[in-house]
Design a protein around this ligand. Structure first.
Ligand code: S6P
Ligand code: ZN
Length: 186
């Protein structure tokens, strides 16, 4: 396959990745089991079924040494007061780390390894490092606008979306006045 190009650009006005060649959209109907109020999420999915996030990716050959990149736009909202979040995943390859560069908005990056949970506050210009082996999920803690970040990771990493069911994120993030509170997970 001929590479689509040697650069991308963050389109700030439209909140998307120029020159991306792959696109993913996750709605409330795709986020089964993410929120504590599962029944309310289900009802919301049957009604308005809001888009929770969009991911604009730049592909590369899935071989050692290559890197992937994607801009995630995580919209504002809650399910019964629990802020919108990504599904979250662990990398299949145990030695693959990842970097997030926050481009806009406010949020938290939750990191999980065994019983240990850590979090990083995401705001513009914060560059978060996700060491190999840590599960990762982002949460938009502001109702004022989307949390936007770009991620870079090894092309061989792969994403495991099942493991979080056995090794769940130990913290949940809820709306509180004009801020957020971090509560215990499952
Ligand atoms: C990929 C990277 C991000 C996420 C994106 C959506 O390794 O961590 O691009 O894919 O933020 O989250 P999720 O958990 O649905 O893949
Ligand atoms: Zn990842």
């Amino acid at each position: 396959k001929i590479p689509a190009g040697f650069f991308t650009a963050f389109d700030r006005q439209n909140s998307l990745l120029y020159n991306a060649d792959d696109y993913e959209e996750r709605k409330l109907s795709d986020l089964q089991g993410c929120f504590v109020a599962e029944e309310i999420r289900h009802q919301m999915a049957l009604q308005e079924n809001k888009t929770v996030y969009r991911v604009y990716k730049k592909t590369a050959p899935l071989v050692a040494g290559e890197l992937l990149q994607a801009v995630t736009v995580l919209f504002p909202g809650t399910v019964n007061g629990e802020f919108f979040m990504t599904r979250g995943h662990y990398h299949i390859h145990p030695k693959c780390a990842e970097i997030f560069f926050c481009l806009g908005g406010r949020g938290l990056l939750l990191l999980q390894k065994g019983n240990e949970t850590k979090w990083v506050e995401m705001k513009p210009d914060v560059i978060a490092y996700i060491p190999a082996g840590w599960g990762h999920r982002t949460v938009n803690t502001s109702l004022a606008g989307p949390l936007v970040f770009i991620a870079f990771w090894p092309a061989v990493a792969g994403q495991n979306y099942q493991r979080r069911l056995k090794e769940p994120f130990g913290k949940r993030v809820f709306q509180a006045d004009r801020s957020y509170v971090i509560g215990d997970g499952d």
